[in-house]
Design a protein around this ligand. Sequence first.
Ligand code: GCU
Length: 329
Amino acid sequence: MKRLLLVVLVVTLLSVSCRKAQAVRPELVLRYADNQSSGYPTVEAAKYLAELVKERTDGRIEIRVYPDSVLGSEISVMQQMSYGGIDMSRFSLGTLYRFFPELWTLQLPYLYTDNEHMWRVLDGEIGDMYLHNMSGERIVGLAWYDAGARSFYTRKPVTNISSLKGLTIRVQENDMMSRTIELLGAEAVQIPYEDVYSALQKLRIDGAENNLPSYMFMAHNQAAPYLYQDEHFRLAEVVMISVDARKKVEAVDPSFVDVITECAKESGLYERKLWQEEEKRAYDAAVKSGVKFTIPGKEDMLALKKAMEPLYEELSPQEREIVERIGNT
Ligand code: GCU
């Protein structure tokens, strides 16, 4: 009798644990790419997004996050996503512009007065319009992430606009960025993010430009310790899903398409919080590592903005209208 009870107990326990294992086995695994490392706000927010999705789909959908460009550079990830090879990713606006030329206006230098201004715009009608326009036949935009403001950093001191003249500066593979650098009398070199550190080390470039967390996470401060904090670009980032992946999600349960969108938006709010914290941490670490900061004075700032006027003058009437609306937001 005792034996029988024991067998019944073991069988019951086994079937319960089997059922549990079945319940947690996902029906769909989505691969999510990011070119930043673990600990960086966008990657931590992607992990948070994965947790939310797991919870709200009862474990039926799993998002696996691949950081550090292991699935390729941003441009290659975008290409892979368009034929369904990668399901989800987080992209810089600077990269997205190559695929969505209408983003030209949104990346103009000195477009926003500060971060709050940018978020008023992106959280409002204009942000929704761009997110909607970034939803093509192959890829769909889900949510915005913060990426702060980009400033110049160089191997030699840069203390005002004229000291940028003649320098070779790395930019993203993006024409607006190249034009901006050239208007400052410097030479722009387009290099993928992953290769900037070695380009600085090998003296191929005199400097680059990026936000503080990227500068510190990629250890660019080691080679380029002069930071000229002009905050010329505020390029937000976008979480995207491929249309193929969305169809697969729909096949698991049509309501999960909205679940993923909601989770992406919630992860966006989480990322903004992480971003604020990381910017402070990166600033402290930069000071501690001996980075020399220069904040441009009023006149220098006016000269920088004046140098950018041709970019604004070349805008089409529709683009001008958007810039005006942004200014009034
Ligand atoms: C930021 C952004 C990256 C991008 C990089 C760049 O760090 O988060 O996605 O690749 O800028 O300058 O290329």
